[in-house]
Ligand binder design. Structure first.
Ligand code: DQQ
Length: 482
């Protein structure tokens, strides 16, 4: 059903009956959402724009949805910010982009697409003069339309990310070199209107970093610069990679690279807020067939914003914003449980579909330890979050997440080597069909699961180990945000 200002809260209430629908993550009142766009803190408030189809839960005719928050946790829905203009450079979609303030004027820099297959991709501007409520497209759009020759293709060319150095604006765009792999192009401009192509900031090869790159972010963090990009693996949205390195004379030299998330988090966008924090939102893709998404009437969730940092070893660190703690309700804590004596799963005291869990394990040297969530009492449905001490791997096991055979059941796993004696520190957010797992601030697995049973709400300590131990575990029931 089409979302209007009159039916927003009725739609939210109606869909709130769906147990797969998150209750403390942001998602629109109904229908489709994907990438976060145009993040900006304006007059102290956080504005989240997002790729949105307001008519149906499918990726088609992309608009920009809009929500505002004072605390990064509670959101108010606002009217659509961008709608495709018939006959314009964005006639079949307003694709992803960012927001900057240019001489005091909030300005979107985004990709307009034309053609049935979005095959003509150009870069456009829109400005707001009423506190971000309505947006006027620049009459001279597009401001960048020529794909640099080295791409050897002219279809994939999108998702501008803009920053300022001195008096000059800089912009990165994601693209692909035909038959080679992804590429990020660097531009500069005195006024956001006239852009000069400079050179590639980074390029990749398909076997290592995917076929097409999308949604670049490039920003300073500590004494380094970080490039985050999203990569198509084959023809599908795939993984998010990051590169940390040096940036001098407008050339980037990566020194360390990593995978930002090993499952559903895609197309993230970052901003620096008034407190100086680098915040990241990511689209949490669904892991069920599109027909089910359309029937559910909603698709796509935003991650809880994460604060980025540089870890002592140079890798990218992340943790959910501290503001999330205000949603914590009923609490249970455990300490120092030897897991060698655990003969069966140990039920934990706080159950439900909306939980925050912080668990610190000494994983020992062999076997596995972790938790099950969204578990039915007989274990027929459950999702296990396990660390394998020997394989040094973190796994979200989905084989039994759902009795529905049509949703994804493959495990999501990530290498997670710990130094000798280092503890496993897990941050877990469970919310309907979302499970966000961050281990030791650096390994992220954001999974989607769809339990079918009303009693799949249990949470257990699970282990098969001769020398592992639970050091501490805190769990909270999380209050809904609507
Ligand atoms: N989604 C947008 C594109 C972007 C892709 C279109 C990534 O701009 O490249 O909805 O999910």
């Amino acid at each position: 059903m089409l979302i209007t200002s009159e039916n927003t809260s009725a739609l939210r209430q109606q869909l709130a009956q769906d147990p797969h629908r998150p209750t403390f993550h942001y998602l629109p009142p109904a229908n489709w959402m994907n990438d976060p766009n145009g993040l900006i803190q304006w007059n102290g408030k956080y504005h989240l724009f997002y790729q949105h189809n307001p008519e149906v839960a499918a990726h088609y005719a992309m608009h920009w949805g809009h929500a505002v928050s004072e605390d990064l946790i509670h959101w108010q829905d606002l009217p659509l910010a961008l709608t495709p203009t018939p006959g314009g450079p964005d006639e079949t979609g307003c694709f992803s982009g960012c927001a900057v303030v240019n001489n005091g004027v909030p300005t979107f820099v985004y990709t307009g697409v034309r053609g049935e297959q979005h095959e003509i991709q150009t870069q456009c501007l829109a400005t707001s003069r009423d506190d971000l409520l309505t947006w006027k497209k620049y009459a001279g759009n597009p401001v960048i339309s020529q794909v640099p020759a080295e791409a050897k293709q002219n279809r994939d060319f999108r998702d501008p990310f803009v920053w300022r150095e001195g008096d000059t604006w800089y912009l990165v765009l994601a693209s692909r070199v035909a038959d080679v792999g992804g590429i990020i192009f660097l531009y500069r401009s005195p006024d956001l209107i006239h852009w000069e192509y400079m050179h590639p900031l980074l390029s990749g090869i398909e076997a290592k970093h995917g076929r097409t790159w999308e949604c670049p972010n490039f920003f300073p963090l500590g004494d380094k610069w970080v490039l985050i990009l999203s990569a198509h693996i084959g023809m599908k949205t795939g993984l998010v990679f990051y590169f940390v390195g040096e940036y001098h004379n407008h050339r980037f030299t990566p020194e360390i690279e990593g995978t930002f998330d090993y499952a559903s988090l895609y197309a993230p966008l970052t901003i620096q807020d008034d407190q100086g924090r680098r915040l990241l939102w990511g689209w949490l893709r669904e892991a069920r067939p599109i027909g089910q998404q359309v029937r559910a009437g909603w698709s796509g969730v935003q991650s809880i914003p994460r604060v980025l940092s540089l870890l002592p070893d140079g890798r990218l660190g992340m943790e959910p914003v501290a503001e999330l703690e205000k949603l914590r309700g009923a609490h249970q804590a455990y300490q120092n449980i030897s897991l060698a004596t655990l003969s069966s799963d140990k039920p934990l005291g706080v159950n439900g579909r909306a939980l925050e869990i912080r668990a610190v394990f000494d994983p020992g040297t062999t076997g596995t330890c972790g938790l099950s969530v969204l578990a039915s009492p007989d274990g027929a449905e459950q999702t296990r979050i396990l660390y394998d001490a020997q394989a040094r791997q973190l796994v979200v096991e989905r084989a039994h997440s759902s009795l529905d055979p049509y949703v994804e059941h493959a495990a999501n796993s990530a290498p997670h080597p710990l130094a000798p004696g280092e503890l496993l520190d897990l941050r877990i957010l469970v919310d309907g069909s979302v499970i966000e797992v961050i281990a030791n601030q650096c390994t992220s697995i954001t999974s989607r699961v769809y339990p079918t049973r009303a009693d799949s709400t249990g949470c257990n300590l699970v282990a098969q180990t001769s020398d592992g131990a639970l050091r501490s575990l805190d769990m909270w029931a999380m209050r809904p945000i609507w």
